[in-house]
Design a protein around this ligand. Structure first.
Ligand code: ADP
Ligand code: MG
Ligand code: MG
Length: 246
């Protein structure tokens, strides 16, 4: 059994009746890391949002099977509780919500309250020490006034702390300098070691160089058009999407 099976998924933007996903098929096994690469505007973020259950999108047909269960009708919160987490290409700023409080309450919503706040804070501190961020990172409001790089570190901190079964990273590498890229890649590897399956959406091969990639998928116009191993990322970088997609 796979962790995630996306079957012939078609989906639209609800308000505009605009069809974006046009038959996505994707299987991700337990502990695997898959990369999706594709041009801007092809619907990669939409795929992530539809898997997560963002209510702005409507599934027209097809299935999203997670641990053997079709989750298409579930809310985002229910999917989060089942162990799906996504990081955003453009992370939200939530004024008035302290980052540390946000983390703790998100953790308890998903995992319950068997661990004490002291235990959880200790885990957060360990991750923080690896992230290289300013001392007051957690005392600030969530992502408010964070630099681009800090927002990406904030997202990866949430991902590591919340221990999802499936982690979707939407352009976590965009806008990162070399040092931050290495730190974020290192966190992704640690998340992976804990058993999490990962779907990483990216434009660039450079982050994949740090990771152990099981599969690369080329995604254009709302569907996966080609899949292969890491060498496909080389091919994309050399020749561009259009040549590969045919
Ligand atoms: P990608 O992540 O591959 O760049 P997106 O999924 O962000 O692509 O967007 C695909 C297309 O769908 C774009 O043309 C985008 O403008 C449109 N789109 C996505 N989400 C919405 C939305 N909520 N409202 C209107 N248009 C949307
Ligand atoms: Mg884009
Ligand atoms: Mg996108």
């Amino acid at each position: 059994e796979k962790l995630l099976e996306v079957r012939n998924l078609h989906a639209s933007v609800k308000e505009e009746n605009l069809k974006i996903l046009k038959g996505v098929n994707l299987d991700i096994g337990y502990g695997e890391l898959h990369a999706i690469m594709g041009p801007n505007g092809s619907g990669k973020s939409t795929l992530a949002n539809v898997i997560m259950g963002n209510p702005r999108y409507k599934v027209d047909s097809g299935e999203i099977i997670f641990e053997g269960e079709n989750i298409v009708e579930l809310t985002t919160d229910e999917r989060a509780k089942k162990g799906i987490f996504m990081t955003f290409q453009n992370p939200f700023e939530i004024d008035g919500v302290k980052f540390s409080n946000f983390l703790l309450s998100a953790y308890r919503k998903i995992h319950g309250d068997s661990e004490s706040f002291a235990q959880l804070n200790k885990q957060i501190d360990e991750i923080l020490s690896e992230l290289v961020v300013s001392d007051n990172f957690l005392n600030r409001f969530l992502n408010v006034g964070f630099s681009g790089g800090e927002k990406k570190k904030s997202e990866i901190l949430q991902a590591r702390f919340l221990k999802p079964k499936l982690l979707i990273l939407d352009e976590i590498d965009s806008g990162l300098d070399v040092d931050a890229l290495r730190i974020v890649a290192n966190q992704i590897n640690k998340i992976r070691e804990s058993g999490t399956s990962i779907l990483i959406i990216t434009h660039y091969k450079r982050i994949l160089n740090y990771l152990d990639v099981d599969k690369v998928h080329v995604y254009t116009d709302g569907k996966i058009v080609k899949s292969g191993d890491f060498s496909l990322a080389d091919e994309i970088e050399k020749n561009g999407y259009s040549v590969i997609a045919g």
